[in-house]
Design a protein around this ligand. Structure first.
Ligand code: NAI
Length: 874
């Protein structure tokens, strides 16, 4: 059996409202009102017949093997190249094998069905077993014309073959005659069209029935043997009348005028795809394509249609739309009005055909490399692996990026760059599994872009199409943002990361485990399962329960029941992570017990057991994990302190000491971890758990959900977190930072005159004052602070700049000092910076007359807006 094995469609996202056309041109051409219903599909400025054919073909190849395709036909009358295989561009973009037959089928509106007949017949008789047929058209019309209303842009694709046939090909019949309803003469952009009445009466009404009757006679069937009758005809009344004459008015498939308009050579295939989407096994479909004559084909749908993998198809593309009411935009995109593009548009855009050929896979097929040694993907493919830890030479296999999901890392809207749809939008995209590059964004407005938003790749025109005097259209891949419901944008993810959480069988730890797993982390759920005061022999069930909860959510986790209070327990927890998941990226020291007693009743047993779980427990687990992290050059460690330690609480000398000791532990470890990208931070949570249930009033307890604490924990454990050595209070919807502040040093003596208790008393007010107090990152800077008295500058130094020398605000302050006036000669620009996240805000940088002015706030009229997350900006 031969026939259709898969189908796909593409309708550009943009739709032009026909009433907008009428409103703009109705004064001049009032008659167009008659067909001004619905909307027509409209290519973005960077789309043409080639890009749409690629999109429809990719839709068609969903779930299909493309390695076995051995021919590709591209049908269109609007191909950008008169002498260059347009089908060759499509097959390279699709990354099909090179030893295939590729051909353009063109010069008539029935090119789509003609390509289909040729492909099916060559499957029947020839040595080919799988053929891809795509038909695509972007027809140009002059403004204020019926055809501007009737036409639409779009593409459809069919995969034909011998296995898994969804619609069996039963035969075809063709009429070929030189009937000319319109023609496009040599080097003409627009069609010359003959009188419509003649086209209807002598063309459609006679030639289509002739081809259909010929087919019925040839294959010996009648209209009773047809369930769906398809033929394009934009004359609505005629469309119905012809079907009626043939006894098929109830079987007629809509000509899609209101939905998208007639898509030229693609239209019979587009209507066929729309019919296949609703077809049931056994349905018989008759398709006719009208041009200089007519092709009629007959198919029977099989059971296989139910097995076809889901795709966007005709319906999906139809509903994914953005309606435009701006007729002038249409005129600009179609180059129907001449506009001033500025001097920058004259920049040379010549494509070196040598490079294009050499790098065809990369430029047209978006093929990068993947290292055989370390599996790191990269774009472009290079001789040396990009992974600094690998650096293997000549280790790259081809790796296709076009179907891999990506997310926006950074983006900008550039009003200075030449664009038909300003501002020019571009930025960094990060592919799932690795690989990133600077991409243009298309089919979107600047406001649609957000860091973390998923994007899909689309094959598009790279630079302004006809502005090039060489008539060469160049293509590359761009990113289209996929709109998400606001809350679904997850910038912070833990895919591929392994987290150890101690005491995760309940309370706060359980919440961290669930939330980390939901965002992709593999989790070691440790819990000894003892009572609140740590007594008892332990139990496996709390950890196991949480692991099951994670698995039910589709996550990955392993349970561990070790006691953190022992050296072996800590080592075995880390070993569990290594044995199960092969690495450790995150350690959350959370396990805890309480043994409250007033100090005189604080027996050594209560003291030591609390110190053992909180302080020694953190040491036992963190030490073996830290070794692994250092080797990996990555780590996130979190300690859990408490307000009882930070500020003091009655009856908790043991607990407060252990908790405050963890802050000291962090202070030293942060320095040891710095070189290896290991960030160490501490939280003081506040949450309703079994540790706090009897000390909080029930109504307050109910509001203290662990869910309020977990987001801070996840942030501190994420790649995005650049903080290290900081302590945060967090709970009940609030968070703030806690730090050790050091007052200004007061000089109380020197070698000649040593201080006395009296000198101390004399200076007590100043020594005891926190006026002008500072935070120091480590002992060394604190000591320098002690000896430089009084500090040269009274101004408080920004926290992160004190630590790393850089903050968002600090960089803006430095900007005018680093400014090179000569390099900015003749430049007048207003940059609007929108920095998101910690330390972020809005800044305006104005470059004018060789000066650079930086101010906080929002400009009314920026030349260029840059939206960047604070860590990336830094
Ligand atoms: P929780 O009692 O619900 O959770 C602590 C978990 O640690 C329990 O599941 C327990 O079985 C486990 N655990 C105890 N000893 C262990 C050991 N030796 N080895 C392995 N697991 C062990 O209490 P919660 O509130 O979730 O506490 C989590 C952390 O937060 C603790 O470190 C606690 O001190 C700290 N904290 C909690 C506050 C709150 O408001 N809930 C306030 C300040 C700090």
């Amino acid at each position: 059996m031969i026939g259709i094995t898969s189908y796909g469609a593409y309708i550009p996202r943009l739709r032009l409202s026909r009433s907008a056309i009428f409103q703009a041109v109705g004064w001049f051409a009032p008659a167009v009102m008659a067909v001004a219903q619905g909307e027509r599909s409209m290519c973005n400025w960077d789309e043409d017949s080639i890009t749409m054919a690629v999109a429809a073909s990719r839709d068609c190849l969903t779930g299909q093997k493309k390695e076995t395709i051995d021919a590709m036909f591209l049908a269109s009358t609007t191909l950008p190249f008169a002498d260059r295989s347009n089908a060759g561009i499509v097959s390279t973009a699709l990354n099909l094998r090179e030893n295939i037959f590729a051909a353009d089928v063109t010069s008539t509106q029935k090119a789509g069905t003609s390509a289909l007949v040729s492909a099916l017949d060559s499957l029947k008789g020839g040595d080919k077993s799988q053929i891809l047929v795509a038909a695509s058209d972007k027809r140009e019309t002059k403004a204020a014309y019926f055809y501007e209303m009737w036409f639409g842009d779009g593409a459809a694709a069919l995969l034909l073959g011998k296995d898994n046939v969804i619609a069996e090909y039963l035969g075809s019949y063709s009429i070929s005659c030189d009937f000319v309803p319109h023609y496009r003469g040599e080097l003409k952009r627009f069609d010359y069209t003959w009188e419509e009445r003649w086209i209807r009466d002598e063309g459609y009404s006679k030639i289509i029935p002739q081809a259909v009757s010929g087919l019925m006679q040839k294959l010996n069937f009648t209209m009773n043997d047809v369930d769906k009758f398809i033929f394009p005809c934009f004359f609505k009344a005629e469309h119905k009348k012809i079907a009626q004459t043939l006894g098929a008015d109830k079987k007629l498939i809509d000509n899609l005028h209101e939905a998208c308009g007639e898509t030229g050579t693609a239209h019979p295939l587009m209507m066929l795809v729309s019919a296949l989407e609703t077809a049931k096994p056994g349905d018989r479909i008759l398709v006719a394509g009208f041009g200089q004559g007519c092709d009629a084909l007959y198919f029977k749908v099989t059971e296989e249609i139910q097995k076809l993998s889901p795709r966007k198809g005709f319906k999906g593309h139809l509903s994914d739309k953005k309606t435009i009411h701006n007729y002038e935009k249409w005129l600009v995109f179609r180059e129907l009005i001449s506009k001033e593009m500025g001097i920058r548009a004259e920049a040379p855009t010549q494509t070196a055909l040598t490079t294009l050929y050499r790098k065809r896979k990369m430029l047209l097929g978006l093929v990068g490399g993947k290292c055989r040694e370390c599996q790191t993907p990269q774009f472009p493919k290079m001789d040396i692996c990009v992974n600094p830890k690998c650096g293997a030479v000549n280790s790259q296999d081809d790796y296709e990026f076009s179907n891999i999901k990506a997310k926006i890392k950074t983006f900008t809207g550039d009003m200075l760059a030449v664009s038909l749809d300003p501002p020019q939008k571009y930025g960094m995209i990060q592919f799932e599994g690795g690989g990133r590059f600077m991409a243009d964004f298309t089919d979107c407005e600047l406001d649609d872009l957000k860091v973390g938003l998923p994007v899909e790749m689309a094959f598009r025109i790279r630079t302004l199409p006809s502005s090039s005097e060489r008539g060469f259209t160049n293509y590359f891949w761009k990113a289209i943002p996929i709109p998400q419901p606001e809350q679904a944008v997850e910038i912070i993810r833990f895919d591929g990361r392994v987290a150890i959480i101690t005491g995760a069988g309940g309370g706060l730890g359980r919440q961290y485990a669930l939330d980390l797993a939901k965002r992709g982390a593999k989790v070691v759920v440790n819990d000894y399962g003892g009572s609140r005061d740590g007594s008892g022999t332990g139990s496996a069930s709390p950890a196991e329960k949480v692991v099951q909860e994670i698995k039910n959510l589709g996550g990955e986790a392993v349970a561990n029941y070790d006691n953190v209070a022992t050296v072996e327990g800590g080592e075995h927890i880390v070993k569990t992570a290594m044995d199960t998941f092969g690495r450790v990226d995150i350690v959350i020291n959370n396990a805890g017990i309480l043994r409250d007693k007033s100090f005189t009743k604080m027996e050594p047993e209560n003291w030591y057991s609390v110190i053992d779980v909180h302080l020694n427990g953190a040491y036992h687990v963190t030490r073996p994990a830290f070794k692994v992290m250092k080797e990996n050059g990555y780590g996130r460690i979190l300690f859990t302190t408490s307000a009882a330690g930070l500020y003091g609480n009655f009856g908790q000398t043991n607990y407060s000491s252990a908790k405050m000791a963890l802050v000291g532990f962090m202070n030293a470890l942060k320095i040891e971890g710095m070189k290896s990208n290991i960030k160490v931070n501490t939280i003081a949570p506040l949450a309703g758990t079994r540790l706090t249930e009897d000390i909080m009033p029930p109504d307050v307890f109910a509001k203290m959900k662990p869910e309020y604490v977990s987001p801070m924990v996840l942030y501190l454990c994420s790649d995005e977190c650049k903080e290290t050595g900081a302590v945060f209070n967090v709970g009940m919807g609030y968070a703030n930072r806690v730090c050790v502040m050091t007052g200004q040093a007061v000089n109380v003596g020197n070698q000649e005159q040593l201080p006395t208790p009296e000198t101390i008393q004399e200076h007590w007010e100043k020594i005891n004052s926190l006026k002008g107090a500072k935070e120091y990152f480590d002992l060394n800077t604190a000591m320098i602070g002690l000896f430089t008295s009084p500090p040269a500058e009274e101004k408080q130094v920004e926290h992160s700049s004190a630590k790393e020398g850089l903050s968002v605000e600090g960089i803006f302050e430095m900007m005018p000092k680093s400014f090179n006036p000569e390099a900015a000669a003749g430049v007048a620009v207003v940059f609007q910076y929108e920095i998101a996240g910690d330390g972020g805000g809005s800044w305006i940088v104005t470059i004018h007359d060789k000066t650079c002015k930086v101010e906080k706030g929002k400009s009314d009229n920026p030349t260029c807006t840059l939206k960047i997350a604070a860590p990336d900006y830094i």
